[in-house]
Design a protein around this ligand. Structure first.
Ligand code: CU
Length: 324
């Protein structure tokens, strides 16, 4: 993929300015030295017709041709530099017009740290991005003015409450960078950093999957694992806003020793969780789970254990109560 990164652009601009500046400097200084030598005081008033005398306006010889030439050249150089640099900076602002969608991450600064919100609902306090992919960030703040910046990737955007500032960046190599705050925002300003991890695309996908892993364990009131007689269902609280159906259900066969590790859900968000008994053995459980990072939850099912004695799961009904 031949996409120029911001780092490339700024390097180009720097090199062009350095190169042109050096050429112009060499020409000007050599010409000055040449004339200083040519018109040096030899102690001989001389007979050189070209020699200007005090008070006389220099004509530049040959009808101002030299003057015209130097003004013309300077104008061409300066104007083309301005136009070219402006074009490059527009590119830096807008990013490449990539046909495939760029990764979009919402960034929120707060006193004193950063939160990153991914498209699939994952929330993280470290910024993990794939290498060689343009990443667009929408930056805002939760409290006071901050400024989001990653030196190594030449990215910078204001973080202002109620406003969205957009920028983009692309990393050409895997590795680590740091998000820093560039707006003096309070006593914690200097420590307002977040790690940036640039990883291979595969590792990035894996990370997003790992972030959406939900481990659920079911126990009875004695702390023993519950292995049968239940169903578990999960439904995204805004299920109707997604194309795919974000409701999932599991039964005892999907569990192993009272635990299930759910990895198939690819959309983060708030989920309604329900654990229902298949035969009234315990009180149904309803919960709301904020599923934006790995969840590890243990639920205690009430009513499975008779009050005065311990019973095994497979013993007779727990809900007729009393001693037998
Ligand atoms: Cu700050």
């Amino acid at each position: 993929m031949e996409v120029q990164t911001r780092v490339d652009v700024f390097e180009d601009i720097f090199l062009v300015f350095l190169g042109l500046g050096t050429i112009v400097g060499v020409v000007v200084i050599s010409y000055t030295l040449y004339n200083a030598y040519k018109y040096r005081d030899t102690g001989d008033p001389g007979d050189d017709e070209d020699l200007p005398s005090v008070g006389e306006l220099p004509t530049g010889g040959k009808g101002g041709k030299k003057l015209f030439l130097s003004f013309g050249l300077s104008a061409i150089i300066v104007i083309s530099l301005v136009v070219w640099t402006y074009g490059m900076l527009l590119y830096v602002e807008d990013g490449p017009d990539e046909p495939e969608e760029a990764i979009e991450i919402d960034v929120e600064g707060f006193a004193f740290g950063w939160n990153f919100y991914y498209e699939n609902g994952v929330e993280s306090d470290e910024l993990v991005v794939p290498v060689d992919e343009p990443v667009r960030v929408q930056v805002t703040s939760d409290d006071v003015w901050h400024s989001f910046g990653i030196n190594g990737l030449r990215a910078k955007a204001d973080a202002i409450p109620g406003e969205q500032d957009e920028t983009w960046f692309m990393a050409e190599e895997t590795g680590e960078h740091t998000v820093e705050c560039f707006e003096l925002c309070g006593f914690g300003h200097s420590g307002m950093n977040a790690p940036v991890e640039v990883v291979e695309q595969d590792r990035y996908d894996e990370w997003l999957d790992e972030m959406l892993t939900m481990n659920i364990t079911l126990e009875d009131e004695n702390g023993d694992r519950v292995t049968e007689g239940f169903e578990l269902s999960l439904e995204h609280q805004e299920n109707d806003q997604y194309e795919e159906d974000l409701s999932f259900s599991y039964d005892e066969a999907d569990f192993e020793n009272g635990t299930i590790s759910i990895t198939e859900i690819e959309q983060g968000g708030d989920y309604d969780l329900e654990i229902t008994p298949t035969d009234d053995q315990f009180e149904p459980v309803e919960d709301s789970v904020e599923f934006v990072e790995p969840v590890d939850e243990t639920y205690t099912l009430e009513g499975l254990v008779e009050e005065t004695e311990e019973t095994d799961d497979e013993s007779d009904d727990a809900d007729d109560g009393g001693d037998n």
